[in-house]
Design a protein around this ligand. Structure first.
Ligand SMILES: CC(C)c1onc(-c2c(Cl)cccc2Cl)c1COc1ccc(-c2ccc3[nH]c(C(=O)O)cc3c2)cc1
Length: 232
């Protein structure tokens, strides 16, 4: 049947896409990826700075999601803590697959590979990056998918799951329509995107292990990361 995006869905899309484009990590922080120190220690510190900057950006983006600030305050925190790693995988995946200035293509991959992460976590992580890259998502899809990830009702400690579902559902409906309109030749595209969200959840477990092994090697995180990841 003919898929139509309603006026209010267009308004929702604009709010989410503008917030996503407005809140990016500062270019001077992003450019640090291109500087040439490559020791494991320096890479870890740089990735820590990127993650801290990314969390700040994520909080600002989340505050722009219609209805988020009217949720119960503890639930707002539970949603941010529960989705931070997944949202950062989604965001860093956009950079991962983006063609960087020549000679810098695998810069993020190289730094992640040389930052004290053990081999067993590299495979699932880079498989995810590749599986996102091949989708060639447009900005609006990336923005909606990030908002949908943040508005996942069954995160730990969320009390009013229905209230979160009521915010997530319109986003899912809008993304479904967008996929049909943007990728008419790929009827399974929407299902594919939702499949990535499932793959993202498994990465949470690998990430928790990564944090533990970093801490065992006495790596330090910033106060913001300690708060969002409940470490130290
Ligand atoms: C604390 C650090 C070591 C860390 O722990 N886990 C992860 C970690 C890891 Cl590796 C993988 C996935 C998720 C996490 Cl959360 C990280 C590093 O996290 C990030 C690394 C890079 C970026 C990032 C995001 C957006 C960007 N834009 C640009 C740009 O050039 O515009 C560069 C860039 C980098 C975000 C998080």
């Amino acid at each position: 049947e003919k898929v139509e995006i309603t006026k209010e869905q267009q308004a929702l899309m604009k709010v989410i896409a503008d917030a996503y484009n407005r809140h990016q990590i500062p270019q001077d922080v992003a450019k640090k990826l291109l500087q040439d120190q490559y020791s494991a220690e320096e890479n870890f510190l740089l990735l820590t700075e990127m993650a801290t900057s990314q969390v700040q950006v994520l909080v600002e983006f989340t505050k722009n999601i219609p209805g988020f600030l009217s949720l119960n305050h503890e639930d707002q925190i539970a949603l941010l803590k529960g989705s931070a790693v997944e949202a950062m995988f989604l965001r860093s995946a956009q950079v991962f697959s983006k063609k960087m200035p020549n000679g810098h293509n695998e810069v993020l991959e190289d730094r992640i590979r040389r930052s004290g992460i053990s081999e067993e976590f590299m495979t699932p992580m880079f498989n995810f990056y590749k599986s996102i890259g091949v989708l060639h998502m447009v900005q609006e899809e990336q923005a909606l998918l990030t908002a949908i990830t943040i508005l996942t009702p069954d995160r730990p400690y969320v009390k009013d799951q229905q209230a979160v579902e009521r915010l997530q559902e319109p986003m899912l409906d809008l993304l479904r329509k967008l996929c049909v309109l943007q990728h008419p030749q790929k009827p399974q595209y929407f299902a594919c995107l939702l499949g990535r969200l499932t793959e993202l959840r498994t990465l949470n477990y690998y990430h928790a292990e990564m944090l533990t092994s970093w801490r065992m090697n006495d790596h330090k995180f910033t106060p913001l990361l300690c708060e969002i990841w409940d470490v130290e």
